[in-house]
Write a protein that binds this ligand. Structure first.
Ligand SMILES: Nc1nc2c(c(=O)[nH]1)N[C@H]1C(S)=C(S)[C@@H](COP(=O)(O)O)O[C@H]1N2
Ligand SMILES: [Mo]
Length: 161
């Protein structure tokens, strides 16, 4: 791995155990560059799903789980903040501690829809996810390798044309 640090291409490292801030609200940037704030209460008002049997596979301290994560799909949030028909190709999900992940629109628009879609988690095992546990946390069920897509403390979601 060479070059300067790109938060969207993190290398495997000792995961950060400490939340970067107390507030779980984050910034949503639409394809035109306009920013709005997303709170946990905003997410709780959108349709909720539950994903049982999720594992966080850590390079640093082994595997944890199984967890049932609950929350709103990333697709649902994006669609709720965009104009109908507004086109977009990818979403950057970046944590407040500079850890990030790129999600392609094609990953979110599967046909038939995935039974284990990418989630913005606000609960774990039926209880509110704590800030220390990663609130708001991106859960990518298809990633079962090194947890590099399981972004804790989402700080910014940027939707790109
Ligand atoms: N914001 C943020 N998210 C992150 C990380 C991090 O350092 N910061 N580390 C990743 C890595 S490498 C791992 S193994 C898991 C660890 O998750 P855990 O703390 O719930 O075990 O979080 C992932 N998500
Ligand atoms: Mo990891």
């Amino acid at each position: 791995m060479t070059g300067t640090h790109d938060p969207l291409r993190p290398h495997a490292h000792e995961p950060n155990p400490e939340p970067p801030s107390a507030d779980a609200a984050f910034v949503f940037t639409n394809p035109a560059g306009a920013e709005t704030i997303v709170t946990v209460a905003d997410l709780a008002r959108l349709p909720q799903i539950r994903l049982p049997n999720c594992y966080i596979v850590s390079t640093g301290h082994g595997t944890s789980g199984p967890f049932t994560f609950g929350g709103v799909t990333l697709l649902e949030l994006v669609q709720s903040r965009l104009r109908p028909g507004e086109s977009w190709s990818q979403v950057e999900v970046i944590s407040a501690d500079g850890f990030g992940n790129r999600v392609l629109a094609a990953e979110l628009h599967q046909s038939p829809p995935s039974e284990r879609p990418i989630l913005l988690a606000i609960t774990r095992n039926g209880r509110p996810l704590t800030r220390r546990q990663g609130l708001v946390r991106l859960i990518v069920p298809s990633e079962t390798d090194d947890a590099l897509r399981q972004v804790k403390w989402v700080g910014q979601i940027v939707v790109k044309r």
